[in-house]
Design a protein around this ligand. Structure first.
Ligand SMILES: C[S@@+](CC[C@H](N)C(=O)[O-])C[C@H]1O[C@@H](n2cnc3c(N)ncnc32)[C@H](O)[C@@H]1O
Length: 235
């Protein structure tokens, strides 16, 4: 994976945050369209694998708040919803209100929390957007309590099969173009297929999570390989 200087990374984080802010009015509709309506079910599975009951949760890159809402629905005590885009957070708050949730602007590479603050650290469709993924994974591990759970859901490189190649083609050529047209922001949705360039494979990501200090790391592919759900535990 490409290495970036801290300055370059901060610039890149700002650019990516700006791009997501411009997408806010279309984001939920695009999500449904690009995942063929599966994203809600993926979030449900991700949350259920984290033992969310009564947990203090960090939802990293919380966007318009759907993952935080699923955590509350499945019994989390409190959710810190952190995102680099204030516009995303405003949208989340307008959708779901302040119940059991703190909304915070922040960067995944420099989390504004003391060590061992959370029972669960979760992200959905975020890791792919981080210029220094290894640093962000170390931050995620740092703020987890002993026995805390990390859950990371994201699009992944499709398997090297005929079906995988069809998925890749659909992602690169079809969905992203349609989404760009609907949102009116072609550049943003051209970014999406490229966001897998240099992103680790599901196996590689599992090793990176282990390297960040988590144990028992495993992953499962969802929706015939388009998405990977990684889980790990801090001992
Ligand atoms: C594809 S959206 C996912 C939103 C939400 N998690 C969901 O499930 O729909 C990615 C989110 O990550 C946020 N993001 C990107 N880079 C970030 C960073 N470095 N730190 C915190 N949030 C970031 C974006 O602003 C955006 O809201």
């Amino acid at each position: 994976m490409a290495q970036h200087s801290p300055h370059h990374s901060r610039e890149r984080v700002r650019e990516i945050g700006g791009m997501f802010s411009r997408l806010v009015p279309h984001y939920d509709r695009m999500n449904r369209l690009m995942t063929a309506g599966r994203d809600g079910a993926w979030r449900q599975i991700a949350v259920s694998m984290s033992s969310p009951c009564d947990a203090l949760v960090l939802d990293l890159g919380s966007g318009t708040g759907d993952l935080s809402a699923e955590f509350r629905r499945q019994g989390a005590r409190e959710v810190a919803a952190l995102d680099v885009s204030a516009a995303m957070l405003r949208r989340a708050k307008a959708k779901y209100g302040p119940d059991r949730t703190d909304y915070l602007v922040g960067d995944a590479h420099r989390l504004p929390f003391p060590d061992e603050s959370f029972d669960v650290v979760a992200s959905a469709f975020v890791l792919r957007n981080l210029p220094d993924l290894a640093a962000a994974l170390h931050e995620m591990a740092r703020v987890l309590r002993p026995n805390g759970r990390l859950v990371a859901l994201d699009i992944t490189h499709p398997p090297d099969t005929v079906w995988g190649n069809m998925l890749r083609l659909g992602f690169e050529q079809g969905v992203t173009r349609v989404a760009g047209l609907v949102s009116g922001d072609r550049s943003a949705y051209r970014y999406l297929p490229n966001s897998l360039d240099g992103y680790p494979t599901a196996d590689e990501l599992a090793r990176m999570i282990e390297h960040a200090g988590l144990s028992g790391v495993s992953y499962r592919r969802l929706s015939m390989g388009a998405v990977a759900l990684h889980v790990g535990r801090k001992c």
